[in-house]
Design a protein around this ligand. Structure first.
Ligand SMILES: NC(=O)c1ccc[n+]([C@@H]2O[C@H](COP(=O)([O-])OP(=O)(O)OC[C@H]3O[C@@H](n4cnc5c(N)ncnc54)[C@H](OP(=O)(O)O)[C@@H]3O)[C@@H](O)[C@H]2O)c1
Length: 487
């Protein structure tokens, strides 16, 4: 018996939106859509049992089921709008092909999965040629967010946004009265911004983990005691979902062993690839996202047990103790964490600026900060300060140069330096803290040793250099009489 027969059938064109892919994200998003006034939701999944299970478990949603793509298309009112929530990659391409078979020009296909933005650019171009609209929409917030209100980052055309905007606004998280969704820009802009969001998330998580490690190894506090420190921090500048859940994780005991849960979890961090995409993209754009890169590499480093075992006997410092006054050190770590976090976000927004320039996307960074205030993993009070900074100066060259952030960096920098020095002295790895500080010192430097690098490049490869005292491009005849020639 197919699902259509099971439900007694449904009239054609009764649903204003459909969802394809009913695993955890798609089911929750479909339930979220169905719970909003005015929405009737058509649902389809390749394996029909999942459709049936969703209908059985949630009769209140009034879903309109389909067991074939033809039925799915017939259930939707025109222009048809379908949100794909399937495994990113080949699954997405397969579903797009099927939908194109049954959809008509003017209909809208939305990919809500975690697609790599160049794939979205490619798909948008190909789908547009058929007259159907294609929108790549980054959706953040995990399964809970999909159900109760995610942060949504849609790309695609202005025409698609006109139809899609009200639907997405109805299901998005709300922060300070505003829905956490904005039309990010054309084609792959939405998935690009979602990618950078995830990169920033990697950096934020790594910084928090380093702060925990420094306090634990530096002061001997227990995870439960550090949980209270994070709970306290969550009432100030650092207030955020990630700090909040960190306190929860650190507070958790393992029922089986009685130990803190964090001590029985294997210390090898996984990754699904969005951090790596953010770093790879930044490398090709020439944007230094060192905090995100260090966070991504820190996960890689943790996940090589054989190398870690082989390196375990390498010598550490003679005096591995931080030997510092505890309360002062904890406050130093808090200030260092905030300063490093400013750098991570500044770098992430720098990548958004560069990506927008490269792809001619008109991305409003202040609007992005606002839609990250709710629903997503990096939601935080701090994002209001970012939105304020871009409202005051839309062409801000670097987020950390906005007055609020320069003031915070200047307030925290002495502590930041003490923490990085203490970590190095004690042999406690703090790659994100220290790389953020190096970035800060690099970007504010009057002169950089890049001059010497240019000299080296000219020596071995005739790559030329420019001079500080006159215009032009020069090369020195290194293997000849070393005179300088203008090229
Ligand atoms: N999980 C999260 O927290 C999270 C957060 C944000 C975004 N996302 C993204 O949201 C999307 C869905 O995630 P998920 O965890 O719910 O599911 P998933 O495990 O990534 O994918 C399973 C779904 O994809 C369908 N599928 C796979 N290949 C297919 C194909 N060739 N044709 C048709 N359908 C196919 C499956 O159908 P069958 O049932 O027939 O196998 C099933 O409905 C992914 O792109 C994911 O990256 C996930």
């Amino acid at each position: 018996m197919d699902v259509d027969a099971a439900t007694g059938g449904a009239a054609a064109g009764t649903a204003n939106v459909g969802v394809v892919g009913l695993a955890v994200m798609g089911s929750n998003l479909a339930r979220n859509l169905a719970s909003r006034e005015g929405n009737t939701v058509a649902v389809f999944n390749r394996t029909e049992e999942k459709t049936r299970a969703l209908l059985d478990e949630h009769p209140e949603a009034g879903f309109v089921p389909a067991s074939t793509y033809e039925e799915f298309a017939a259930r939707l009112s025109k222009p048809r709008t379908a949100i794909i929530m399937v495994k990113a990659g080949a699954g997405t391409d397969a579903v797009i092909d099927e939908l194109l078979r049954v959809f008509e020009p003017g209909d809208i296909i939305v990919d809500g999965g975690n697609a790599y933005f160049p794939d979205t650019i490619r798909r948008e171009k190909a789908v547009r040629e058929t007259g159907v609209n294609f929108v790549g929409a980054g959706i953040s917030g995990g399964e809970e967010g999909a159900l109760t209100g995610p942060s949504i980052m849609p790309g695609g055309s202005d025409e698609s946004w006109a139809t899609l905007g009200p639907i997405l606004k109805s299901i998005a998280a709300v922060a300070e009265g505003e829905p956490c969704v904005t039309h990010v820009g054309r084609d792959g802009a939405g998935h690009f911004v979602k990618m950078v969001h995830n990169g920033i998330e990697y950096a934020d998580m790594q910084l928090i983990a380093e702060a925990y490690d420094l306090i634990r190894r530096g002061t001997g506090r227990s995870p439960a005691e550090i949980a209270e420190i994070f709970a306290e921090w969550n009432t100030g500048d650092l207030e955020s979902y990630l700090i909040e859940i960190t306190a929860e994780v650190l507070r958790q005991a393992d029922a089986e062993t009685g130990k803190p849960l964090v001590d029985v979890i294997l210390d090898q961090a996984g990754a699904k690839g969005t951090g790596a995409w953010t770093v790879q993209t930044a490398l090709s754009l020439g944007v230094p996202v060192s905090g995100i890169a260090e966070a991504t590499f820190a996960r890689s480093l943790s996940s090589h047990p054989e190398q870690r075992a082989a390196a375990a006997d390498l010598p550490g410092p003679q005096e591995p103790s931080l030997a510092t006054e505890t309360e002062g050190f904890i406050e130093d770590v808090r200030l260092a964490l905030f300063a490093s976090k400013i750098v991570a976000y500044s770098q992430g927004f720098d990548e958004i600026r560069a990506g927008a320039a490269e792809h001619a996307w008109n991305i409003d960074p202040g609007a992005i900060a606002k839609i990250w205030r709710g629903g997503c993993i990096i939601r935080a009070q701090f994002l209001n300060r970012i939105a304020d900074a871009y409202a005051a100066e839309p062409d801000l060259p670097l987020l950390m140069t906005a007055p609020y952030f320069t003031e915070a960096l200047s307030r925290g920098q002495a502590a930041w330096r003490r923490v990085v020095v203490a970590a190095a002295r004690a042999g406690i790895p703090a790659p994100a803290f220290s790389s953020s500080l190096s970035y800060y010192d690099g970007i504010r430097a009057d002169r950089l040793p890049a001059a010497l690098v240019q000299g080296q490049r000219d020596y071995f490869g005739a790559h030329t250099y420019k001079r500080v005292d006159k215009p032009g491009t020069f090369h020195r005849l290194w293997s000849g009489d070393r005179t300088e020639v203008e090229v």
